[in-house]
Design a protein around this ligand. Structure first.
Ligand code: PLP
Length: 391
């Protein structure tokens, strides 16, 4: 183990203030430009960002629309796909609950699929057991920055004529077999929540899609269903990415690849230093994982989290402690503990360690030294051997 850099006394989970200071000049310029423009909604900043983001994803047809949040991105994509009350949507319970909120808002029913125990993303092998005649859409959630096995999802979807909506909120820039998240399914939904790999300074989201019809429909849906001013061709909502956030995102987009590389470097160092102490994240074959979160698994999760906070001033979080099917809001679906064994097993063991683009390797070394100390203090060796892929 590397020696603890003596100057480090604490590590926060993220540091958005430092991030702003690092990019202050470009961010201030972007904001000033919008303030002085006199145009704040649906203007040229949004047009420019949508084009740049499409290019970043590798979508030559440039079918990307900005919207108000990642939750709305999922909701709007489901509406564009024609989802209505009574339809069923295949989705994991091991996700940020907003994925489920967006499904329920359409009136559709989420049907929960279990995860792969090593990567903790959707297990395509569980789709067959959960499909019914009412199933309309599959939502593969590219959790923690790693994509779902999309070959299997796409072939299942093709066989059963289902729409595929990728939840890319945690996976901006991730790839699977060289294809960027959000370009494989029919739709991709992105979140620009401030702490995501590409974050706004407020709320924001985007939808990518692969057909002109869906693109035209999404443009109307996010703007009261208007085709042109005062002509409302469809139902619609108010969900737009404002000019200020679009300008802020455009200013940062050129750095995202570099930030993702940095996250991968930090993750590799974490894994090197922790692999004998805990279960470290698995990067599946054909994947470029962008480590939105660095998530370990350990039997002593609660003890470790508390100890890190109290004894080492390291902030570690849990994504997510209660799977969606066990949340009070979704009790009406009638799924009890035991329904998703791999999801529930993981939920009791996962711990997210600090991970952000401005973090230093010394900070990773400090955290790993502290985790080693925790393991030694508690006489724990190779916690990892008790967990992992077999449930
Ligand atoms: C953040 C997140 C969302 C919601 O995005 P918001 O912009 O906060 O609405 C949805 N799904 C996943 C997996 C997320 O991480």
């Amino acid at each position: 183990m590397t020696t603890t850099p003596a100057s480090i006394k604490s590590v926060p989970f993220g540091d958005l203030k430092a991030h702003y200071q690092q990019y202050k000049d470009t961010l201030d310029q972007a904001v000033s430009r919008v303030l002085a423009s006199g145009h704040y909604i649906l203007g040229k900043e949004l047009d420019a960002f949508e084009d740049q983001f499409a290019e970043f994803l590798g979508l030559p047809e440039k079918r990307v629309i900005g919207c108000a949040s990642g939750t709305d991105a999922i909701y709007l994509a489901l509406l564009a796909a024609g989802v209505k009350s009574g339809d069923e949507i295949l989705v994991v319970a091991h996700t940020a609950v907003p994925t489920i909120c967006a499904v329920v808002k359409t009136g559709a029913t989420p049907v929960f699929v279990d995860v792969c125990p090593d990567t903790l993303v959707m297990d395509p092998a569980d789709l067959e057991a959960k499909i019914t005649s009412k199933t309309k859409v599959i939502i593969p959630v590219h959790l923690y920055g790693q994509m779902v096995d999309m070959d299997q999802v796409m072939s299942f979807a093709a066989k059963h004529k289902l729409v595929v909506l990728e939840d890319c909120a945690q996976a901006t820039g991730a790839t699977y077999k060289g294809k960027t998240a959000g370009t494989i399914g029919d739709y991709g939904a992105f979140s620009f929540y401030p702490s995501k790999n590409l974050g706004a300074f407020g709320d924001g989201g985007a939808v990518s899609c692969n057909s002109q019809k869906a693109y035209e429909s999404l443009k109307m849906l996010r703007n009261y269903g208007q085709s042109k001013r005062y002509y409302h061709d469809e139902f619609g909502v108010n969900s737009r990415l404002d000019e200020m956030q679009a300008a802020i995102l455009s200013a940062q987009l050129p750095y995202v690849k570099e930030w993702n590389e940095k996250r991968r470097k930090l993750a590799a160092l974490y894994t090197l230093l922790l692999k004998d102490l805990v279960v470290t994240p698995v990067e599946a074959k054909d994947n470029y994982h962008v480590y939105h979160l660095y998530v370990i698994q350990t039997e002593k999760r609660e003890e470790m989290r508390t100890w890190l906070e109290e004894k080492a001033s390291v902030q570690a979080l849990i994504h997510y402690p209660i799977p969606a099917h066990l949340q009070k809001a979704y009790a009406y679906l009638g799924k009890k503990k035991g329904f998703l064994p791999k999801t529930e097993y993981a939920a009791d063991r996962i711990l997210s360690l600090p991970m952000y683009q401005g973090m230093t390797e010394s900070e990773v070394e400090y955290i790993c030294a502290k985790i080693k100390e925790f393991c030694q203090t508690n006489n724990i060796s190779k916690l990892g051997s008790q967990t992992g892929s077999k449930v």
